[in-house]
Design a protein around this ligand. Structure first.
Ligand code: ASP
Length: 581
């Protein structure tokens, strides 16, 4: 006996007269006293079953017992529906199955929510994820994910990339997050770190002569969970030898386009636009600007040098945005809160209302030249930030993103891919004041700037690049350092001495001494990419079994405490603060 000979989404008018067996879930059941209708569902769609007690009395008995989400097997004849019963919204809507034999294969308890029900609490959805996965949303998203990745894999294969598996349990790799640790029973007191990325291993595949490496790699990072962050996530991880930046960008664009094509969608035009980090910062206040709308930042530092408005005169940088709306006082108060979240002390503004009149508490301090520089159309508001350069960028970048969302400035039909190039190599660590890497410490410096690595770290530009889609950072990469002397200089300028460098990355330094080809690569965050493809607001909707913001998994209940004996075997004693026990 086979469970089925076709699927629930397959039958059409032309199949009328066929005898078929279907298997699936009871999506809904309508008992009309005599006739019973059951919509039978599987991954491919729904077929309406009709159980007529006159035609099949035994099946009708069974049908009375059926409840939502029972698994059924039904055998019968495909018949054309009467014209007034045709359902044009259903691919199988022209037919139904007149059931002769109905079998309950598996029963279901009363359900915590209905499959396909909207606005179900997310914890509940995740607790009973198997039910949630049955619904159209997750079916669509995970299949879309599969297809997008399949397109990428095909492209990488055609381009000659070799899929190499790298270890999850390793030594810490600095990607700027905390490590998850794995204790080792055979060596109590010692730990592996779960790979924050395969970074050093993929570099070693190049030093190992593989020329082109890729992997759909899992990465683990102990960071706060957000809409676009989980503890574990996957990336299209790439590394290639004898490559320049352009070669890497070209491969990534090919992979992105291949995903769009695999999904049958119009791919973004190539080459993707590019902006230097510096320009992105100056014009958009962000290293991941959404270019589906303008709202560019303008500079007012020069014109405000002698300003009578002290806040402007004394600030290192004064810049502004012109929002396409004359905001009310209440709206401005809310915008000020947003600006403060990004580090502003306040929010100076000039509102030009629809009649052209200017409302502003600071106008009286501004000179003719200043007012002329800030003059804007009726129905607009000029919003200022005055502080040090980085703060001004952050504040106006934050306001720009906020306004883009609030005023719905982005064209939802548009897909804005963008490369950000020429990041700084180093930045100051706000806690220690020391220089630290912007991308990771294996990133190459701009050719010809090697001598600046220690002499003037802040002036070094890196060979790192990011890919941005509609304001989301999709991933990063760089041309790497392949010269051990340069690598050592980078470590030194971050205050990592010879001993520490050897302890942490000795294997890399050794490898760099034994014939390292120039190489570079990239990692594209699959979860973010797929969430955007699916039009979902967060990556949990494209991950089969994600964790919630607190870092737990509602399905399994993990993480859980471990028995004392297990911990003893591992050489571990826990000290949990009482309020967290
Ligand atoms: N290892 C980097 C990351 O995971 C990507 C790269 O530089 O290739 O973000």
């Amino acid at each position: 006996m086979s469970w089925r000979d076709t699927t629930c989404g397959a039958l059409r008018a032309a199949d009328a007269g066929r005898r078929v067996t279907l298997a699936g879930w009871a999506d809904t059941r309508r008992d009309h006293g005599g006739l019973v209708f059951v919509d039978l569902r599987d991954y491919s769609g729904l077929t309406q079953l009709v159980i007529n007690p006159e035609r099949a009395p035994a099946a009708a008995e069974v049908a009375h017992d059926v409840r939502n989400e029972f698994v059924l097997q039904a055998e019968g004849e495909v018949v054309a529906r009467a014209p007034d019963a045709v359902n044009p919204n259903l691919p199988t809507g022209e037919i139904e199955l007149q059931v002769d034999t109905l079998r309950i294969v598996s029963r279901a308890e009363p359900l915590p929510f209905q499959v396909g029900e909207e606005n179900v609490d997310e914890n509940l959805r995740l607790r009973y994820r198997w039910l949630d996965l049955r619904g159209a949303r997750m079916q669509r998203n995970l299949r879309l994910r599969h297809t997008a990745i399949a397109g990428m894999r095909r492209a990488m294969d055609e381009l000659g990339f070799v899929d190499v598996w790298t270890p999850s349990m390793t030594k810490g790799t600095p990607e700027g997050a905390r490590d998850f640790l794995v204790p080792v029973r055979l060596q109590p007191g010692r730990f592996f770190a779960l790979a924050q990325s395969p970074q050093l291993f993929k570099q070693l595949t190049q030093i190992g002569g593989f020329d082109r490496y890729y992997q759909i790699a899992t990465c683990w990072r102990d960071e706060d969970l957000r809409a676009d962050r989980q503890f574990e996530f996957r990336q299209l991880d790439v590394e290639m030898s004898f490559a320049q930046r352009e070669d890497v960008l070209d491969v990534l664009e090919t992979a992105v386009v291949a995903s769009f094509e695999a999904l049958g969608r119009e791919p973004p035009a190539r080459p993707f636009p590019r902006l230097s980090w510096h320009e992105a910062d100056a014009r958009y206040g962000s290293d991941k600007p959404d270019l589906r709308f303008g709202l560019e930042i303008q500079d007012a530092t020069e014109v405000t040098r002698g300003s009578e408005f002290g806040v402007f005169a004394g600030a290192e940088a004064v810049r502004f945005l012109v929002a396409p709306r004359a905001f009310s006082r209440a709206e401005l108060a809310r915008l000020e809160e947003v600006a403060k979240e990004w580090g502003a002390k306040g929010l100076a503004y000039l509102v030009t209302d629809t009649s052209g009149e200017v409302r502003s508490p600071i106008a009286k301090f501004l000179s003719e030249a200043e007012l002329a520089a800030f003059r804007s159309e009726p129905g607009t508001t000029v919003l200022f930030a005055a502080a040090d350069g980085p703060t001004v960028s952050r504040v106006l970048g934050g306001l720009r993103t906020h306004l883009g969302r609030e005023l719905e400035l982005a064209d939802p039909e548009q897909q804005a891919f963008l490369w950000i190039l020429d990041f700084p190599l180093f930045e100051r660590d706000p806690d220690t004041g020391r220089w630290t890497f912007v991308h990771h410490p294996f990133t190459g410096v701009h050719e010809g700037q090697e001598h600046l690595i220690e002499a003037d770290p802040g002036a070094c530009l890196s060979q790192a690049y990011d890919l941005v889609w509609n304001g989301w950072e999709l991933g990063s990469g760089s041309i790497r350092i392949h010269d051990q002397e340069v690598q050592r200089a980078v470590f030194r300028s971050m205050g990592i001495g010879e001993e520490e460098a050897r302890a942490k990355f000795g294997f890399l330094l050794d490898a760099l001494q034994m014939g390292a080809p120039p190489h570079g690569g990239f990692a594209l965050g699959i979860d973010r990419f797929v969430a955007l493809l699916a039009g979902e607001p967060d990556i949990r909707q494209v991950i089969a079994f994600p964790k919630v913001a607190s870092g737990s998994d509602p399905l399994t209940g993990a993480p859980t405490p471990m028995p004392e004996t297990t911990l003893r075997d591992l050489g571990i004693r826990t000290i949990v603060p009482e309020d967290q026990a």
